[in-house]
Design a protein around this ligand. Structure first.
Ligand SMILES: *[C@@H]1O[C@H](CO)[C@@H](O)[C@H](O)[C@H]1NC(C)=O
Ligand SMILES: *[C@@H]1O[C@H](CO)[C@@H](O)[C@H](O)[C@H]1NC(C)=O
Ligand SMILES: *[C@@H]1O[C@H](CO)[C@@H](O)[C@H](O)[C@H]1NC(C)=O
Ligand SMILES: *[C@@H]1O[C@H](CO)[C@@H](O)[C@H](O)[C@H]1NC(C)=O
Ligand SMILES: *[C@@H]1O[C@H](CO)[C@@H](O)[C@H](O)[C@H]1NC(C)=O
Length: 410
């Protein structure tokens, strides 16, 4: 996913003054920065990354453009021998976090194209980082994962892969606390959720902090459906398990009276695997004038997702904990035969369900950290999980091949 690199995107976000918290709960880190950086308007503050990593080099982009402050600096990792480059954060075991990594190459090393490399969370390879297309389009890139800490630290690492030709780099990392009820149909002991799309319909503006206190980004999604509706902003969403911001219900797309509504969303072709899907709906009509109900059925790629959903002005969310998707996705909303009004949709989220790779046996990991601390100069990749992922284990450390590996020799 991508964002504009320039300042104005945040300035377009309407500012609501009512009882918004001033900062999201969590850590917002601007990599390679020497000072705190405050995002204009929202006042969200990012701190330097010094306390969270011991490796890499800092640099600032030389550019005439008025870049978003957090994109003006980055940390890069020139050491080709290291098997990974890690950031380590204190975490509460069993707590749920939204982790977002942000990348903007900016030609910092004099190159034309950003390097392609891997990112790792805990002992699990999270994804490949390929920002080539976004960068060519003048955009920054971000990746997100929802992850429950299995131990008391949370590590986010970068690593070279066979396609990496120059130094991996990172612009910002955000680690935000989520509530227990959020996305809780997922078994986070065994899985994490990788964000594929989080969209609002019928609107051109992104929703971000402070409208979403969890600093989720709800990207505008536009397609050929021209029927746009908006409703009164007053809606309490605190009872929704996923805590969508009320703003996500403010607009939607609809079809004309009695017609089926087809939405090709998300706008990307998906790899064939299982996904978490949450969809959000709200009747936009004023409650008192309503004598008809907005009832429709929801299908995903022709399969029934939810039958006869009665959407009121209170709003409703329906979800699938695990749903197979592949290629382009089609959401179809078919009005009830008796319904004289068209179906509508306000927002949706899709996450890829990613199996976790586990972590090194706790005693062994703690023993290794102990040994590492006793060295004046431990190898630079002696951070993050000692054994996992296998191809990114600590230099010189041999591990067993079990699900919860043990350190076998040094
Ligand atoms: C990166 O930093 C290290 C340690 O401070 C230094 O020895 C090295 O020369 C730097 N590398 C580059 C490419 O600037
Ligand atoms: C990175 O993305 C670009 C643009 O989509 C693509 O052409 C290239 O093959 C990708 N590189 C790797 C190593 O996957
Ligand atoms: C990367 O290259 C190494 C050595 O050539 C090879 O063993 C490994 O399988 C490759 N990895 C991937 C993911 O292609
Ligand atoms: C998710 O959280 C809600 C609200 O706390 C709770 O009612 C529900 O039982 C939880 N679901 C699961 C699967 O834990
Ligand atoms: C829809 O929900 C409202 C409020 O709960 C209820 O009064 C109404 O009868 C429902 N309509 C249908 C068609 O189920």
């Amino acid at each position: 996913m991508y964002l504009s690199i320039f300042l104005p995107w945040l300035l377009c976000i309407p500012l609501f003054v009512h009882s918004s918290p001033h900062e999201p709960t969590g850590l917002l880190i601007s990599c390679g920065s020497e000072t705190k950086q405050t995002v204009p308007d929202t006042g969200v503050t990012y701190i330097p990354d010094d306390g969270f990593t011991l490796v890499g080099n800092k640099t600032a982009l030389e550019t005439k453009d008025k870049l978003l402050p957090i994109l003006t600096t980055l940390r890069y990792f020139p050491d080709t021998a290291a098997r990974k480059y890690c950031y380590t954060f204190q975490a509460i075991k069993g707590s749920k976090y939204l982790v977002r990594t942000v990348y903007y190459y900016g030609g910092f090393d004099g190159g034309k194209e950003p390097p392609v490399f891997d990112q790792i969370i805990g002992g699990t390879k999270w994804s490949v980082v390929n920002t080539t297309e976004d960068y060519a389009n003048g955009l920054s890139s971000y990746y997100e994962i929802i992850f429950v800490a299995g131990i008391k630290t949370l590590s986010v690492c970068l690593a070279r892969n066979n396609h990496t030709v120059s130094s991996p780099f990172i612009s910002a990392i955000e680690v935000i606390s989520l509530d227990d009820s959020m996305y809780n149909s997922t078994d986070f002991g065994a899985h994490a959720l990788v964000t594929v799309a989080r969209s609002r319909f019928g609107n051109e503006d992104i929703i971000s902090f402070p409208e979403d206190p969890y600093y989720r980004l709800w990207q505008p999604f536009e397609d050929d459906n021209e029927g746009v509706v908006s409703s009164q902003p007053s809606l309490s969403t605190s009872d929704f398990w996923n805590k969508p911001p009320p703003e996500a219900f403010a607009t939607g797309v609809t079809s004309s009276t009695g017609k089926k509504l087809d939405v090709k969303w998300p706008p990307v072709s998906l790899p064939s695997t299982r996904y978490h899907i949450s969809l959000y709906f709200r009747d936009n009509r004023a409650p008192k004038t309503t004598s008809t109900w907005r009832v429709f059925s929801v299908a995903v790629n022709g399969e029934t997702f939810y039958n006869n959903l009665n959407v009121t002005t209170d709003g409703v969310s329906v979800y699938a904990a695990e749903w197979p998707l592949s290629g382009q996705t089609l959401i179809s909303l078919t009005p009830d035969a008796k319904s004289s009004i068209g179906p509508l949709i306000n927002a949706g989220e899709i996450y890829q369900i990613m199996p976790l790779g586990g972590h090194t046996l706790m005693q062994d990991a703690m023993a290794m950290e102990e040994i590492s601390r006793s060295f004046d100069n431990p190898p630079s990749d002696w951070t993050g999980d000692p054994c996992l992922p296998h191809e990114n284990s600590w230099t010189g450390v041999m591990c067993s091949n079990e699900k919860t590996p043990r350190v076998t020799s040094l």
